[in-house]
Every structure is written in C-alpha cells, then in structure tokens.
Design a protein around this ligand. Sequence first.
Ligand code: SAM
Ligand code: 2KA
Ligand code: SF4
Ligand code: MG
Length: 211
Amino acid sequence: MLKITEIFHSLQGEAAQAGLPTVFVRLTGCPLRCTYCDSAYAFTGGDWMHMDDILQEIGRHGTRHVCVTGGEPLAQKRCGLLLSRLCDAGFSVSLETSGAVDIRQADERVIRVMDLKTPDSGESDRNRWDNLAALTPRDQVKFVLCSRGDYEWARDRVAEHALAERCEVLFSPAWGEVEATDLADWILADHLPVRFQVQLHKLLWGDVPGK
Ligand SMILES: C[S@@+](CC[C@H](N)C(=O)[O-])C[C@H]1O[C@@H](n2cnc3c(N)ncnc32)[C@H](O)[C@@H]1O
Ligand SMILES: Nc1nc2[nH]cc(C(=O)O)c2c(=O)[nH]1
Ligand code: SF4
Ligand SMILES: [Mg+2]
C-alpha cells in the first residue's frame, strides 16, 4: 500500500520530458519544507491505495509516460517497488525527488530527476551529496532558483562537481520569484552547459493542483 494524494493526466511541465502527455502519481508526505513548495497540499491527507489499484488507475489513461512525484516519493518504503512495477509494465518512468534521500532506492531504468536544494529553498542542509555518485547519464539534476544568489550558488556547484559531464542539468526559476528572462540572460552570459526550463503547466493552466 502507498499513500497517494492524486493521480492525474497532464502534459509533463518540467525537466527534459516537458511537453509529453504523462500520468502523474503524487505520493503523500515530505520531510522537507521548501519555502516555495507548490505541492504543500501533498504534505498530509491522501488515500492508502493497493499497488495493483495504482497500476490500474495509471493504465486507464492510456499514456506511455508516468511521472512519480510528491511530496517526497522516496520517503515511502514501497515507492521503489512501484517504480520497478511500472518499468516492468513497459512504461517510461520518471521520478521527481529531492536530493535529501538515497536515490539508489529507485530502479536504474527510471529517469531520476534529482533536485539539489538551494540556500533560498531553506533546505540546502538536507542535500545528500553522496547521491551524485549514483547518477547515470539518463538522470537529471535540477536547481530551482529563488534569487541571483541561488543562481551563483548553483553555477558554482555545477562547476565544482562537473555535473554537466555526469547528466543533464536543469535550471528553473522558482515560480514568481526569479524572472524567467533574467535567468535565461544569466545562463547565456555565463555560457552554462545547462537546460533552462520553466514550469510549462503553469504557463498553460496557472498554479492549480491536478494539472
Ligand atoms: C513538488 S516537488 C516533488 C518532488 C520532490 N519533493 C522534490 O522536491 O523534487 C517537484 C518539483 O517541483 C519543484 N517545485 C516546487 N515548487 C516550485 C515552484 N514554486 N517553482 C518551481 N518549481 C517548484 C521542486 O523544486 C521539484 O523539483
Ligand atoms: N504538468 C505537470 N508536470 C509536472 N512535472 C512535475 C510535477 C510535480 O509536481 O512534481 C508536475 C506537475 O505538478 N504538473
Ligand atoms: S522537497 Fe519537494 S515536496 Fe517537499 S517541500 Fe520541497 S519542493 Fe515541496
Ligand atoms: Mg507540480
């Protein structure tokens, strides 16, 4: 059984798979409290669901892509099994996870999108830097930026850990906190080897749950 806040069908709005029709499974609960979190409604509540019922509900939407998110999905012990079952069923699976948990729990077939928490998130002390050793070229590291200071911090971490040589690196504005055009100009001025992204779903539908 897993505690689930919502299962919904939308366009992937984040990371390198942006734009692909995807089913989202949002697991309940998170040990972090990022200042900007747009999914705080998933901290509590939710419904316990059997693994088979989750798979059946996902299958009902008829998509190839599944994104497991939260809350912090890997905070639930059975999440690793869900990810493997989804891979076995032939889905292309991505996982949104904070850098605060051991990402080795996730099947290597999964595209792991690991968020490294910046100083202005308020949770950068929780980053598990040993996760970097587990990254493969199919994974992605994401920085969600609240300020110019966060940008410079992220830029320096990319260089320090040669992140762009390990996997794709994403820089995203925290919604409403950094101007997207400013971030784009900073990346270009510094010739950073990173992918700029904005939350496509919020451009399309606004900041609403279930989209
Ligand atoms: C809601 S979190 C769930 C997964 C996991 N807890 C994590 O933080 O990666 C999914 C992604 O949304 C990002 N996110 C949350 N609130 C955001 C906001 N206001 N603006 C931009 N990205 C945001 C997070 O940084 C994370 O990369
Ligand atoms: N459309 C859409 N794409 C997303 N990609 C990651 C999301 C998340 O909340 O983790 C998300 C979301 O909430 N909606
Ligand atoms: S780790 Fe993810 S779900 Fe948890 S508070 Fe931060 S952004 Fe929200
Ligand atoms: Mg979201």
